[in-house]
Write a protein that binds this ligand. Sequence first.
Ligand code: FAD
Length: 388
Amino acid sequence: MDIELSAEDLAFQSEVQNFLAANAHTPDQDYMKWRMDWFAKAREQGGWDVPKWSTEFGGPGWSPTQHYIWEKETAKGGTPLDAPFGPGMLAPVLMGYGNKEQQDRFLPDIRARKVHWCQGYSEPGAGSDLASLKTKAELTEDGKHYIVNGTKIWTTIAHMADWIFCLVRTDDSDIKQRGITFLLMPMKQPGIEVKPIITLGGAHSVNMVHFTDVKVPVEDRVGEEGEGWTYAKGLLQHERTGIAGISRSLVALEGLKHKASSVPRGNGTLMDDPKFRAKVAELEVDLLAVEFTELRSLASAAAGTAPGPESSILKLKGTEIQQRVAKLTVEAGGVYASAWGAVPAGPGFARGGMSSYLASRAYTIYGGASEVQKDVVAKNVLGIKRSK
Ligand SMILES: Cc1cc2nc3c(=O)[nH]c(=O)nc-3n(C[C@H](O)[C@H](O)[C@H](O)COP(=O)(O)OP(=O)(O)OC[C@H]3O[C@@H](n4cnc5c(N)ncnc54)[C@H](O)[C@@H]3O)c2cc1C
């Protein structure tokens, strides 16, 4: 595995650094205007607004190493907020399995960040065991529409989204992985009701979505009826690699050290405390190990292999590390971290620490819970057979 960057890669790295520095958000700029300008400028760079899209659809066509550089540099330099559901999740499905009409109809608005999407996979009785989903779609007699009934849960930003991409059951006569269909629906229409779920940290980002006799034209089905499981599975592997957030953790760890160095402890700071230092060192060692795993998967991607079950290792360890950084940040904030949401007290960083920590509990659940990732690793990476 060669992790030395070539002269070309180094040139690309400084091009990215220059772009991010020249277009960084400044406090005097209106955030939403800056965000849209940023995407427009990134697009002019040759598809940097949609890094993962192929050149055929206007993406930059980067090598795996260039993607890695982009991840690292944007983790440091920052990019505008961008929900992954449209550009990162639905778009690859449409490019791979959608027809030309669907690609022309949906991709431009996804790219322009004009139309926002949410992901309707999980249901009250189908999370880890997603293939058990029961939301039903029945074809009308004239074959022109599906009528959808059922409930989705944990649907992130459903209350703000314009459209939802959904897995629904069109046939339950075969094994549960068959008979699942991939449908697209506008959110603002009769029969769709969104109910908020407030999470531990007090935030409203997830929802319950009820469907009652929702009429979906057959043109809004992606791919073949009953083949949705195949399309959804490919998406999950990309989702898992993204959630691992290793570059972001490297930056967050440096931030943690900086924060701990500002907290007085004895004659020095918290960063001089041997116990705290040991925890930070342990975290850093583990993070380094995961970074090397990521580099290994980068090397196999460079050799032309699509992300496989090893993306589960990255998801598993990457999300645990994000939780440990959040936990140590709370520890650094001490008692002040528990006063989150109240009148700010103590070091400035302490205020947001607890809410980030509580939000981080979900990292090992969504995109496939840790126990399930362990199953995937045991079976498909280590080749361990299930005992009878
Ligand atoms: C903040 C947040 C945002 C989310 N956003 C979305 C979204 O936008 N769209 C969407 O569709 N879904 C979303 N989800 C849902 C998420 O994908 C599911 O929560 C996840 O798949 C787990 O399913 P579950 O909650 O039903 O738990 P369950 O599957 O019921 O799991 C409960 C527990 O049992 C364990 N378990 C389950 N199966 C096994 C097994 N085979 N072996 C060992 N242990 C097992 C799990 O690890 C877990 O600890 C979100 C979830 C959260 C928390």
